[in-house]
Ligand binder design. Sequence first.
Ligand code: SF4
Length: 285
Amino acid sequence: MTTSDLITRAPNTWCPGCGNFAIEHALKDVVARMIDEGTPADEFVLVTGIGCHGKMADYLGINSFYAIHGRTLPVATGIAVANPDLKVICCAGDGDCYGEGLEHLLFAAKRNTDITLIVHDNRVYGLTTGQYTPTSPLGFPGRSTPAGSPEYPLNPLSLMVGAGATFVARGYSRRLPQLRGLIEDALSHRGFSFLEVLQVCASFFNQTVYYDEHACDLDPGTFPIADTDRALRIARKWDYSRDARIPLGALYRARLPTYQEHLAANQAGVHNPVGAIRDFLDGRT
Ligand code: SF4
């Protein structure tokens, strides 16, 4: 299996220089390698939302489902609960997932649903030509905020560590080898894995120079950590001020029973929420 085997014939309509190309290539590389290593191709399911990122469903030749705006995670949850053997990957945009779909994001993290979420965070509504999103910076002069956005941006990593996601990472569309590794880590994690990707929007919010100058890597010898307080402190290091550094890499990882494992334990008649479910899971592995 090569990555070209996973490319569909759909004409690509992303703008030249769009960061979505890098995310698509990284995901293709990882899926192709996993198929080579024995994961059946039909066990991958990709769910996308609405936005430029959503075209991944057209371009990547695996099972896919186009969800409505903000609803990638409930669709993915249904698929993952109905068939826990599937590798369910959600691609969502920042407007899609931090705006319309925010409550679904919080609940997927809170439940520790075994899904991988890749957020194409270009910090702008690109498909609709440049309105501000929940991660646009204060003062962003978008089409709907000509005088500058009056809102502070969300900090997605801090939100996800706080909400209970058990794998939290950040990549950048111009750091392809690192991005590939982070997608591999996210897909191999059992539980809710959240990968935020700083994705360059070449047409409406090109932050290439800023990201290149401010991105820094978390030490892979130390990270990811399982200490939520420390992870929160590091997540907040990028407070969106122009001179703050932007940590990239896998920040947080913990192993907890997943939503699917809790449901399986319940179905087996195990109702004690902590000890008995752990015993049940230990007995199964
Ligand atoms: Fe990419 Fe931005 Fe063009 Fe959309 S509008 S395809 S995000 S460069």
